[in-house]
Ligand binder design. Structure first.
Ligand code: ATP
Ligand code: MG
Length: 213
């Protein structure tokens, strides 16, 4: 458990990797949103993370982790739009507040920062797991991370378990009935499609798992 799992350099690598994955997956994410939403989720996320690259990552030298994460949050709020903007914005703002003033996080601190972000999404969207949202990837990821850390797994293995749980969680949204957001307007017709927000949240956890050490 000891040691640093996320420092400033790895944090930037995470965010750059996430921006890359979202750009690569913008088409498929938008297709998922076309089925149960308004066909903009991938486009929204790509636009937001392009702004993050230009306004935050390009000017992050010398800034602590908390500051960078909070700037990611405010940038997403102002550029993503839709439901995803405020929700992902809140996620990164809360994560940044949890890491306030820090340049290095140990396993517990990174876990707490993730938990703060997930709690922010839960409060902001007033959703719970099982309602076909981002939380169906984020909550299983946090639970798997906690279980692995409690079982004494090393950080890489614990985060790998979290990434897998997020991916499984996003796939498990397929048979769910949407109860929140635009997809909920479809009622029963939302069943049979994977939730776009849960899918992008799995990319978020996967890219973080790739950089922790
Ligand atoms: N209340 C909520 N809590 C958590 N996640 C939510 C909530 N409402 C929607 N979402 C997530 O947001 C995703 C849709 O994001 P997107 O960026 O496409 O916004 P949108 O639904 O098009 O927004 P708008 O309705 O304002 O146009 C969904 O797939 C879902 O995961
Ligand atoms: Mg949409």
């Amino acid at each position: 458990m000891g040691g640093i799992v996320l420092d400033c350099e790895r944090n930037l690598r995470w965010l750059e990797r996430l921006a890359g994955l979202l750009a690569e997956q913008a088409g498929p994410l938008t297709e998922l949103d076309a089925a149960i939403g308004d066909a903009d989720h991938g486009i929204n996320m790509e636009r937001g993370f392009n702004a993050v690259k230009e306004r935050v990552l390009a000017q992050a030298a010398g800034k602590d982790l908390g500051t960078v994460l909070k700037q990611v949050g405010t940038t997403l709020v102002s550029t993503v739009g839709g439901a995803g903007g405020p929700l992902y914005g809140t996620f990164f703002l809360r994560m940044g507040q949890s890491a306030d003033g820090k340049s290095e996080l140990d396993a517990r601190e990174l876990r707490d920062a993730l938990a703060a972000g997930v709690e922010g999404v839960r409060q902001r969207g007033r959703a719970q797991p099982g309602e076909k949202t981002m939380l169906d990837a984020l909550v299983p990821a946090l639970e798997a991370l906690d279980a692995a850390l409690a079982a004494g797994s090393d950080n890489r293995a614990a985060w790998e378990a979290a990434a897998r749980a997020a991916e499984e969680g996003s796939r498990a949204t397929v048979p769910m009935l949407a109860r929140k957001g635009r997809a909920s307007y479809l009622g029963e017709r939302s069943i049979g499609h994977q939730d776009p927000g849960a899918t992008s949240s799995a990319l978020l956890i996967r890219s973080l798992a790739e950089v922790v050490g």
